[in-house]
Design a protein around this ligand. Structure first.
Ligand SMILES: [Zn+2]
Length: 293
């Protein structure tokens, strides 16, 4: 059977926003870790150009304002810009009006940057409020990439999920928003980034060879056992942009490129193709019995 694998490289260009909003710090030292995102972004754009790969960047509005040159460059070089909050706010902690205002502020900044509204969204904190899915649908988003209900197979999101310890699980109702699955094991941050906060210590600083094995292992399973699907990698310029990690990423890209039937794509280009092959009106009635297409 011939292989049909799409690789979507995604970059969350958080820069300082994650330290401001999530780590709640104004320390110049912590913020400088975010500033390094500019260096990482420049290196990544050079790498992607060298390998002729188009990718997807989820960029908070705060980063667009802080680093306009890099953001303009990624647009000029054919990469997609997706929504990632204004300043990396956790939607689960926001009232409806505030969440909507932040969503619209980010959309406006992306429109100014790219000339069009974003089609993709990734939750800055990896969590939704009860209103997030409806807000994304109301604002015309094509896809989300924040949930973990599958790995190499996209699916339609479901709104109104109800979970209780004394009632059967309610899968909610399918909505016409495609989920491009996310996973922590295909994310560079927990492997590599040392952080210390009131919530505890995340040791990070993993040996890149170990991370390579995890990423290559997931890809090998997709390639050999499934043969068809999408491989979504989540990276952060301030994390993957360090020299030894970039060298690992380059080796991994070479490995992916050496496989027959593998192509690289932005997420929105892939989702448009996937939706055409899996129309919502045909798949939605089968949910939740068959969550996969
Ligand atoms: Zn982020």
């Amino acid at each position: 059977m011939s292989k049909d694998i799409t690789v979507c490289l995604s970059y969350d260009f958080d820069a300082m926003s994650v330290w401001i909003a999530n780590f709640r710090t104004a320390s110049p030292n912590a913020l400088s870790r975010g500033e390094f995102g500019q260096v990482g972004a420049q290196r990544l754009l050079a790498l992607l150009a060298e390998y002729d790969i188009k990718s997807t960047w989820f960029v908070p509005g705060h980063t667009i304002e802080a680093f306009p040159v890099e953001c303009q460059r990624l647009v000029a070089e054919g990469h997609e810009v997706g929504h990632h909050g204004y300043c990396h706010e956790n939607p689960a902690r926001l009232e409806l009006e505030k969440e909507q205002a932040i969503l619209e502020r980010g959309i406006a900044l992306i429109k100014d940057l790219t000339g069009r509204a974003p089609r993709g969204y990734r939750s800055p904190a990896g969590s939704f409020s009860a209103n997030t899915l409806r807000l994304l649908s109301d604002h015309g988003f094509l896809y989300d990439s924040s949930m973990l209900g599958n790995d190499f197979t996209p699916y339609y999101c479901r709104d109104g999920i109800k979970a209780s310890i004394d009632a059967p699980y309610d899968f909610g109702k399918a909505v016409e928003l495609v989920e491009m699955p996310f996973s922590w094991n295909l994310d560079d941050f927990p492997f590599f980034e040392y952080t210390s906060s009131r919530r505890g210590i995340s040791p990070g600083l993993a040996d890149p060879a170990r991370v390579y094995d995890v990423w290559a292992g997931d890809f090998e399973y997709l390639y050999t056992k499934m043969g068809k699907g999408v491989f979504i990698l989540t990276m952060h310029p301030q994390v993957i942009g360090r020299g030894h990690r970039l060298l690992m990423l380059e080796r991994f890209l070479q490995d992916l490129k050496s496989h027959e039937g593998v192509r690289f794509s932005t997420m929105s280009d892939f989702v448009q193709r996937w939706k055409a092959e899996h129309p919502f009106r045909e798949i939605a009635p089968r949910l939740p019995v068959s969550l996969q297409s």
